[in-house]
Design a binder for this molecule. Structure first.
Ligand code: SF4
Length: 249
């Protein structure tokens, strides 16, 4: 533990304290390539992926039953331990659902930490704001399926609309246009013929997938940050008041 002071509560923007956070991992070596990072999980998601391992961050009735992370304590912890970290990864749920996200990221940057954002790409306007204001240092965007409505619905649920798919495509085009470091990620799904995915990405996704330096990673079904979050929460029981503390909603 270092001797850095806590962030005074008056210095925390009220918007920052409004961000719904349902999970927090203090240190991770694998969520931000080449960086030691903390991981913040926001609550709420506009997709219903069949393989989701974070239902308590997705379904409103489950979100209501979960402890909410105390943001003041979390920011205090980050402030006191910032010299032990390179970055904060913001994942979910879907972080871009929350208009308060830019203010939260500013608070993280004020600690001298980089920010990696994980997103499903359904809010290109907010993503453009974050990129334009240099609030994200790395973006990992999920491409859930080939960019056709029926394919997407097969993975993220029948409620997914053509308009939402349009937004996802806009996010891909946005990331293609900018030089912010990014990667596209796809979780293998039984109905999506992942063999074709790994051998022929361009045909699989269509013309919007960049053919240049952007990376595509194939995630295996059942792996990923969701399980790490569950394990970290389990490990944190007892002396970790940040993870388990229930706050007023
Ligand atoms: S986008 Fe992520 S958090 Fe949302 S339902 Fe899909 S896997 Fe779960």
């Amino acid at each position: 533990m270092n001797s850095l002071h806590l962030i005074p509560e008056k210095n925390l923007c009220k918007h920052t304290t409004s961000l719904p956070v349902g999970g927090f991992i203090k240190q991770s070596l694998i969520d931000y390539p080449g960086h030691l990072s903390a991981v913040v999980f926001t609550s709420g998601c506009n997709m219903r992926c069949s393989y989701c391992h974070n239902p308590d961050l997705v379904y409103p009735e489950l979100i209501r039953q979960q402890p909410r992370i105390d943001l003041l304590e979390m920011m205090d912890w980050l402030s006191r331990n910032r010299q032990l970290l390179d970055a904060v990864v913001i994942t979910g749920g879907e972080p871009t659902l929350h208009a308060h996200l830019p203010e939260f990221i500013r608070q993280i940057h004020q600690l001298g930490l980089k920010v990696k954002l994980d997103t499903n790409g359904t809010h290109p306007d907010l993503l453009a704001q974050l990129i334009g204001q240099k609030l994200v240092d790395y973006v990992a965007m999920d491409i859930k399926a080939p960019l056709f409505l029926e394919s997407y619905r097969q993975v993220v649920g029948s409620g997914f609309t053509a308009s939402a798919l349009y937004q996802v495509i806009q996010s891909v085009l946005l990331l293609n246009r900018h030089d912010v470091p990014c990667e596209y990620r796809t979780t293998a799904h039984p109905g999506l013929k992942p063999d074709g995915l790994s051998t022929d990405c361009q045909n699989y996704y269509g013309d919007v997938l960049p053919s240049t330096s952007k990376k595509l990673r194939l995630h295996l079904l059942g792996t990923g940050s969701q399980q790490r979050r569950a394990a970290a929460t389990e490990r944190s029981e007892g002396d970790d008041t940040i993870i388990r503390k229930k706050t007023n909603r």
